[in-house]
Design a protein around this ligand. Structure first.
Ligand code: SF4
Ligand code: SF4
Length: 244
């Protein structure tokens, strides 16, 4: 039986999610027994015309991104968005909060006319996305879970409860009670509450749960001493587009 052909592509991003795959170390050799990696710019020169599964990192931010993602969608059976930029626009979408001209001038200076740029969008705003792996960078256990499920023809488990649930299951002391900020109550679980577990606050990198109560979250943060402005600004770091 032939192995599924998988490919990795990067759009506007830091490429950290792809790097995370190269860091899989213990699992990488086992993985290569199960799949054929046919395209992966960060690791090899080969290219292919068709794929069974295409993993996409990064968000849409230029006209070229749109033609490229349509082309990949046409060539692949399954498309998986990898990481915050691909899934919800991520940090890149902060750009949308400012005037396009100001952003281009700030980044490119007098060369701004050489770089066509459009408002940032997640991959799902342009083509059908079949599955997601969230996080900044993407969670490697979740990536392996999604990949193994797809190889076995199973539907990967999708998390839609808050990071606080995982945090409580780990019996962590709540960082809000230590005077720190935390977006765990509105952020989608799946990372095993890794940041609060190591004494840091959740910045919301996995995006928000469905049907969040934004006003309730702001109110809760106000009760812990944070202003409405600060609460909303921090929510917008990874979730600008999800909160629109
Ligand atoms: S530390 Fe953050 S994620 Fe954990 S319970 Fe408190 S608010 Fe929720
Ligand atoms: S705890 Fe929050 S910021 Fe940390 S990995 Fe999980 S979702 Fe991302």
């Amino acid at each position: 039986m032939s192995k599924p052909k998988i490919a990795f592509f990067d759009f506007t991003s830091c490429e950290g999610c792809q790097l995370n795959k190269l860091n899989l170390e213990n699992d990488l050799l086992d993985l290569l027994e199960l799949v054929d990696i046919v395209e992966f710019r960060e690791a090899m020169d080969d290219k292919a015309d068709e794929y069974d599964i295409a993993f996409i990192e990064g968000s849409i931010s230029t006209p070229t991104c749109i033609t490229r993602i349509h082309d990949i969608r046409r060539r692949t059976k399954i498309l998986v968005a990898l990481g915050a930029c691909a899934v919800q626009g991520g940090i890149n979408a902060i750009k949308n909060q400012h005037s396009a001209d100001w952003v281009k001038e700030t980044v490119y200076g007098e060369d701004k006319y050489l770089f066509p740029s459009i408002p940032v969008q997640p991959i799902s705003a342009v083509v059908k996305v079949d599955y997601e792996v969230r996080g900044c960078p993407m969670s490697t256990p979740e990536f392996l879970h999604v990949l193994k499920s797809l190889i076995l023809n199973r539907k990967p488990e999708i998390f839609d409860h808050a990071v606080c649930v995982e945090c409580k299951l780990k019996e962590n002391e709540c960082v809000l009670d230590k005077g720190m900020f935390c977006l765990g109550p509105i952020t989608r679980a799946g990372c095993d509450a890794i940041c609060p577990t190591f004494g840091q606050y959740c910045t919301g990198c996995r995006g928000v749960v469905s049907n969040i109560n934004k006003n309730g979250a702001v109110e809760m943060l106000k009760q812990h001493g944070f202003s409405t402005k600060e609460a909303l600004n921090r929510m917008k770091m990874f979730c600008t587009l999800e909160l629109e």
